[in-house]
Design a protein around this ligand. Structure first.
Ligand SMILES: *Cc1c(COP(=O)(O)O)cnc(C)c1O
Length: 403
């Protein structure tokens, strides 16, 4: 360096493996990527048929149910539509429990498709209060409300609803409404037990905790939901449960040609989940989420950076939404991307411009989580943001305790 140039030129650091830390699509394991990389096969016999049978053997356990599972070639929106269309009738009233953004979008779909929608909103930055649900259902003695729609984890706010408590609220009101739960962000990341918790319909998609590319929508249906299917008048042929027979060629389960590459990917991802075990998986997500939250709390200054969800018991283990105070989250995300090859999730809905999100779902270990936290810390420091303490040290301490 010449003696007359005091400042060295900036060094570009973003030349390793990029990390996408948005809350879905999430990191796809190499095993899953490799499982997809194969030529097309016969769809009536052999490997893909085996993969479907092996997947169907594992899918009910994933949601904690002995009910049936239906798989659409779709994203989560398709699974939402499958759930509504197979169980309800045009003009039915549904109660949407909203604590961020996603239950409301499901409700908008319900309205568009011909249902009458009523929304209960959680207090800002909190999960749904089951007592409010109980009261509303008590005020519906003629049982006009046919279904309660909610999310387990809301991916915009990162609030997690207490689904078992919502079921108890419905039961305490003596109300027969179906309980339908969107677990798109949370399935396999958060403890979930469809049958034990009395959930009638569970909805998920392939690209978040399930480590599979976007393109598969899942709906699990318990006995009450399957019975409702007999009279539901919003069914369409592609999504219709009745048409998706499990005996006969696998062609029928998909209402057409199976998505061969996705089937191989899904089977591999389910095998990985099975090898890990759901208990370990839930605890691993808890540790990684705790590490991220500890980092944010260490950084936190009043009115500055802080966790969006106020009540610790309502914070999701799949995604964390972080308020940024006076820091522009878009500038922060850009710094992480340009400077480090790290993609953060930006705020959505009402939280756009004031939050960013770190997804910590699926195929994740301490190097990834600590790398994300450390990179955010470095980016904030380089932007001149005053942090109360090191988030990296706090996150590492959480990991150390878990060992
Ligand atoms: C991602 C997500 C959705 C939307 O899923 P798509 O696959 O984009 O249709 C719905 N609900 C929740 C909770 C989500 O996280």
């Amino acid at each position: 360096m010449a003696p007359d140039s005091p400042t060295p030129p900036p060094v570009s650091l973003a030349h390793g493996r990029e990390v996408v830390a948005i809350p879905g699509p999430s990191i796809i394991p190499e095993r899953v990527l490799e499982a997809m990389q194969r030529p097309m096969v016969d769809i009536y016999a052999g490997a893909v048929v085996d993969a479907v049978h092996e997947s169907w053997a594992l899918l009910p356990g994933l949601a904690g149910t002995s009910g049936r599972v239906f798989v659409a070639i779709s994203n989560g929106h398709g699974a939402w539509e499958m759930a509504l269309g197979n169980t309800l009738c045009r003009g039915d009233r549904v109660l949407v429990l909203e604590c961020g953004r996603f239950a409301a979008i499901w409700g908008e779909m319900a309205e568009f498709n011909g249902l009458r929608v009523e929304v209960i909103e959680a207090e800002p930055r909190r999960a749904i209060d089951p007592a409010v649900v109980e009261q509303r259902l008590r005020d519906d003695p003629s049982h006009e409300i046919k279904a309660v729609l909610t999310v387990h984890t809301d991916t915009a706010s990162s609030a997690r609803n207490d689904i078992a408590a919502i079921r108890r609220a419905i039961d305490a009101a003596g109300h027969p409404a179906l309980l339908m739960v969107d677990c798109i962000a949370s399935l396999s990341c958060e403890e979930y037990s469809m049958d034990d918790w009395g959930v009638d319909v569970t909805v998920a998609a392939s690209q978040k905790g399930l480590m599979t590319p976007p393109g598969l929508g899942f709906v699990w249906a318990g006995p009450k939901a399957l019975a409702a299917n007999a009279t539901a008048d919003m069914r369409t042929r592609y999504f219709d449960w009745g048409y998706r027979a499990e005996d006969g060629p696998i062609y029928l389960r998909f209402c057409g040609t199976p998505p061969v590459s996705h089937v191989f990917a899904l089977r591999e991802a389910l095998a990985m989940i099975d090898e890990e075990g759901l208990d370990n998986r839930w605890r691993r997500h808890q540790v990684h989420a705790d590490a991220v939250r500890a980092a944010v709390e260490a950084w936190s200054t009043p009115g500055g950076i802080e966790l969006h969800v106020i009540d610790a018991a309502s914070r999701s283990n799949a995604v964390t939404t972080i308020r940024t105070g006076s820091v522009d989250p878009t500038a922060l995300a850009q710094r992480c991307l340009d400077g480090a090859g790290l993609t953060l999730g930006l705020g959505v809905g009402a939280f756009a411009g004031e939050t960013f999100r770190i997804g910590h779902m699926g195929h994740l270990n301490p190097p990834t989580v600590l790398g994300v936290v450390g990179t955010v810390e470095a980016a904030l420091t380089s932007m001149g943001v005053q942090l109360a303490a090191s988030g990296v040290a706090a996150a590492a301490a959480v990991i150390a305790r878990a060992w």
